[in-house]
Design a protein around this ligand. Structure first.
Ligand code: GLC
Length: 425
């Protein structure tokens, strides 16, 4: 079974490969997405290391002068997607969006380097990417943590990668919709409306884009100007892990200054994460920086945090929490717990399980010695593929595949789960 699944996964990655970048899936997402590309590169490294490096290099070729790495690179026009470059108007040579996405690049590049068969080539590629990833991390702490708390805030839900999470509902009540230019959604041409964000959410997504655009995408202003400022433990966990991994990589490549800076960010971030811990839920919670209070919702963000190096007792408690959640769902890990009133098993980030999330959580828990839970997560992930193919996300109770089909990062994660099990469980 393993082999035919891998062949199928490789086939999907090849079909979605536009030579220098890979689309998440044709139709619904016809451009390059930031964290999709970095995670896809891990899958590509199984059959073509050079191609894997290209994927990440293409992404960083669109890094902004201030250090931001955009969430979408619009390599070519496509009328089937909204909001396109005409809405963002970021003025970049190759058009891009103006917000970012979870910074998995530091983690991915270290993993590519560690595993590389062609070490000389990998060292060359990694050395060229090192200062760029470092500049991106620096951008985060300068522009998204202006008060030096150690943790960064998101200013748009799309930055989290969990577009319509329940985590944003309260903060979204504060985001107005006056002045939103009329628009036509294109996602509903490609996917079932009941699996996607609502119209009310889309209006607020676009309100924020217009607000930032009116401020000229000046990142010295956007954080403070945004009515939406959320400190997400999953996002910060990913950033902390990438800082720690980039530090190790920089040491291996003889770049002690980059190593020291990134190690300091990881250390400060890990310490600051304590403030997001909830004993009531046994996991981390988001913090609404604008409202000055925690977001009272135990979403998967607080479990993704396990991807970061954490105090052992926190990782252990997260392991127990996920084990318990396994009694309410057939397939771990739901993006919203099945025992909450807002759970919606098919609606994007309000319930469904995602393989990339499962990958990061199982990797973190395995590092922390939580092998049983990590193994259950990996097995559930592969059962989903066998039951429903390579979908974008899955109903964690019925296992139904939802959203886009023939999905790149799902394929990449399957390759990872089947070929790298030693690192993951
Ligand atoms: C959706 C997801 C986001 C992903 C993108 C492309 O917007 O929420 O995380 O990067 O699709 O797959």
């Amino acid at each position: 079974m393993g082999h035919s699944l891998i062949d199928h996964a490789v086939d999907i990655l090849n079909k979605n490969d536009l030579r220098t970048y890979t689309v998440p899936t044709h139709g619904l997402y016809p451009f390059q997405w930031n964290w999709d590309s970095c995670l896809v590169a891990l899958g590509q490294s199984y059959f073509d290391e050079a191609r894997a490096w290209t994927e990440i290099e293409t992404l960083f070729a669109s890094q902004w002068d201030d250090g931001l790495v955009p969430h979408i690179i619009f390599h070519k026009d496509d009328p089937g997607y909204f909001p396109g470059p005409d809405v963002w108007q970021t003025g970049q040579p190759i058009p891009t969006s103006g917000i970012t996405q979870p910074p998995v690049a530091g983690f991915a590049v270290r993993r590519l380097y560690d595993r590389a068969k062609d070490k000389a080539q990998a060292a060359k590629q990694a050395r060229a990417l090192l200062p760029k990833i470092d500049a991106w991390h620096d951008w985060f702490f300068r522009c998204r943590d202006p008060e030096g708390t150690g943790l960064v805030a998101l200013i748009h839900p799309w930055e989290s990668g969990r577009d319509n999470s329940v985590d944003w509902d309260d903060a979204f009540d504060r985001v107005p919709t006056e002045g939103v230019e009329p628009f036509e959604r294109r996602d509903l041409m490609h996917a079932d409306a009941s699996h996607r964000p609502t119209q009310a959410q889309y209006e607020r997504y676009i309100y924020l884009v217009q607000l930032f655009r009116d401020l000229g995408w000046d990142n010295t202003k956007l954080h403070d100007a945004s009515p939406f400022q959320i400190v997400d433990p999953g996002f910060n966990g990913i950033l902390i892990r990438s800082c720690a991994d980039l530090a190790d990589l920089a040491d291996a490549l003889g770049e002690p200054e980059i190593a020291a800076r990134n190690r300091a960010w990881a250390k400060a971030g890990s310490a600051a994460m304590e403030a997001l811990w909830s004993d009531t839920y046994g996991q981390y919670l988001c913090y609404d920086r604008k409202a000055g209070r925690p977001v009272d919702n135990p979403s998967v963000a607080g479990l993704i945090a396990a991807f970061a190096p954490l105090p052992q007792k926190r990782a252990d408690r997260i392991g127990t929490r996920i084990k318990n959640m396994g009694e309410d769902v057939t397939y771990l890990v739901p993006s919203q717990p099945a025992d909450t009133a807002t759970f919606d098993g098919k609606r994007y980030w309000r319930g469904p399980a995602w393989l990339i999330v499962n990958y990061m959580i199982s990797d973190g828990l395995a590092h922390a010695g939580q092998h049983d839970v990590a193994e259950r997560i990996v097995n559930d992930s592969l059962s989903l593929i066998e039951a429903s193919g390579f979908a974008e996300y899955y109903d964690p109770i019925t296992g139904e595949g939802c959203g886009g089909k023939a999905f790149s990062w799902t394929a990449a994660m399957v390759i990872e789960f089947l070929t790298r099990s030693k690192e993951l469980v």
